[in-house]
Write a protein that binds this ligand. Structure first.
Ligand code: UDP
Length: 219
């Protein structure tokens, strides 16, 4: 019986992940989208099923969660485990991974992503196109990189952090890593020069807290 590979999320990110899944597993498997929203029943000719339709398919079922919102990813990961559905990693063929990189399950690594050396990453990491992680970084669970995030050396990123398109995070020091706290959000185009507390949204160059006063000050 064929393996069935589900791409959870038939929206923007799901569309981008389909070619990766086709390239990795296409010849040996059936590919479908899984989506619980109000969506059509086909995307690029592939069936879109809701979760109950998906789990009722005959065969070994696995999914990758192609949704940028980390809280939704966490919720759907748990739902998959509860229903005996495995999570698989999706990875473009031109991803570069150098030395001593450890990563939890459920990652999605898009085209041109590079992970260099001495890197530990938790589960359900998403790195969108052209992002990189340099040496001696520690990244938590459910972290999301939009396209072209430049995460330099000695940076620690906690769980559920979202990093917007084109962000540059300055390197930390071996004995004093730059830290981005749990649930922080870094707005697109920011340049992060110092640690960001948990839960804070920052923007700009150098990145500062996203408040009305700070926005006015920068205009
Ligand atoms: N979605 C889902 N189950 C959920 C939450 C979201 O199937 O519990 C689907 C939702 O219907 C939508 C997709 O996930 O089609 C998320 O799409 P969105 O454009 O918000 O995110 P992106 O593709 O940019 O990550």
């Amino acid at each position: 019986m064929k393996n069935i590979y589900g791409i959870y999320g038939a929206s923007g990110f799901g569309k981008e992940i389909l070619p990766l899944v086709k390239e990795q597993f296409g010849s040996e498997s059936k590919i479908v989208f899984v989506d619980d929203g109000d969506v059509p029943n086909k995307l690029f000719g592939y069936d879109i099923l809701n979760f109950s339709q998906f789990i009722n398919l005959e065969g070994q079922k696995k999914v990758t969660i192609a949704i940028a919102n980390s809280k939704i990813r966490e919720k759907l990961t748990l739902k998959c485990f509860e229903n005996g559905v495995e999570i698989f990693d999706a990875k473009a063929s031109n991803v570069v991974i150098l030395e001593n990189v450890h990563m939890g399950e459920g990652s999605i690594l898009c085209p041109f992503v590079t992970l260099t050396s001495e890197i530990t990453i938790g589960k359900s990491f998403q790195a969108n196109i052209y992002s990189y992680v340099a040496h001696n970084c520690v990244i938590g669970d459910y972290v999301t990189f939009a396209p072209a995030v430049k995460c330099n050396g000695n940076i620690h990123i906690d769980d559920h952090v979202y990093i917007g398109t084109g962000v540059i995070i300055h390197q930390g020091k071996p004995n004093k890593p730059l830290k981005i706290g749990k649930g922080a959000v870094i707005a697109a185009g920011s340049v992060v020069t110092k640690s960001v507390p948990a839960g804070m949204t920052v923007f700009g160059n150098p990145a500062i807290e996203f408040t009305k006063e700070n926005i006015k000050r920068r205009m």
